[in-house]
Design a protein around this ligand. Sequence first.
Ligand SMILES: *Cc1c(COP(=O)(O)O)cnc(C)c1O
Length: 484
Amino acid sequence: MSLDPEDWSAVQVLGRRMVDDMIDYQRTVRERPAWRPMPADAKARLMESMPLQGAPLEDVYEAFLRDVATYPTGNIHPRFWGWVMGTGSVTGMLAEMLAAGMNAHVAGYDQSASVVERQVLDWLKESLGFPQTASGVLVSGGTAANLNGLLAARAAKAGWDIREEGLHAGPPLTVYGSSETHGWAAKACDTMGMGRKAFRKVPVDANFRIDLGACRAMMEADLAAGFRPIAIIGNAGTVNTAAIDDLHGVRALADAFDLWFHVDGAFGSLAAWSPSRDLVAGQELADSIAFDLHKWGYMPYEVGVALTRDGDAQLKAFGPVQGSAAYLKSSEKGISVQTTYFADRGLQLSRGFRALKVWFSMKEQGMTRLGEAIQANIDQAKYLGKLVEARPELELLAPVSLNAVCFRYRAAGLSPSALNDLNIEILAQLQVRGVAVPSQTILSDRFAIRVCITNHRSELTDFDALVDGVIAIGGELTTGAKAH
Ligand SMILES: *Cc1c(COP(=O)(O)O)cnc(C)c1O
């Protein structure tokens, strides 16, 4: 029984409307609030019972327009700077549609999609100064890419055949990274069966960079206690403040202990595409590197990249241990003629054509223009930092690094906890009123409004509006408080 449309030309008309609508949706995003809460009736309409009988495509599309498209996270909006979320692009959207139309299965095989993925991986290696002989695979995002790197590290550095024998056949393994490292690291250690404590949180300096002396001392203590260190993580842009570790220093320390050097460059690695590339110098010396394209690459969700310097490292971590399964054998001729499967470089077997949006974006936008957009975000962070410093009502809570600004509203005579509560409310009001969407973090017990700019739609005036909004709301809340 075919699921194809009965009336192909009617679907063509509707499909064109969908494309037009979604291009308009992006074109007019600035006219809508950065975010709005989802009303209860819209939620209730989505929580309907399982549809046994189908409905006309037009009706489903109308429901989408009414209840789905209207209440997004907001990350395509020019004033969205929360967490580290990307804006995507029109080009990327269209490429996603084309990829879905082809519906390629990209475990490997002799097909265009595999060639395109290999090609974009080669471009990406070149863009970071990574050797062309490196191994790579596109994955769902930074968490998956970082896990890929850590599994490669473990296969290479455990010191026994851990894939065959398991964890219990050797000493407990440990991994090091700064206390500012993203939560993926402890989660990966947990996922890998080593336990969250296997991730050793190394203290940071005043600029939130890893303290290498402390790292060395922790590794020596662990070695003396019978642990086996396998890897050090260097951050190219931490999630809180976009701090960049001394990557050359991490490389040297890893070499001194014969450890794997993994870089988490989820967003920061892509500074290498911009004129500010020196900020992340040293990342190209890593044994593995993980970064996202759906954040600062401005490509639609989901796409992350896992690279290993050693061209065999991913195969050694994910490939067949004792010959591949019979149903995945390469053949002399035909569709299975390709010998290296992407499925042998990571966890996924069935894989989609993520590479197409990467290929479209890189070709249509070009690396120079993408790098200029990244540079614009770096310049905007500096601009916002200056605005904050210029206003007595505001205070920076961390040095402006790369594309992140952490600050707060200050008011005389408030206790530390009252000041935190005030800033929590200011942030909520910014979001609820649709002014802008920063997110939050805590730095030395101080609640920070955190702006992380990975947005090609933001303009300098958007940051003026943010600062004005924070000061207006802060003033409103403090005078309100005094009136009581
Ligand atoms: C976002 C982020 C991650 C996780 O990446 P996902 O794509 O969200 O899985 C890891 N590290 C840093 C520094 C990040 O900003």
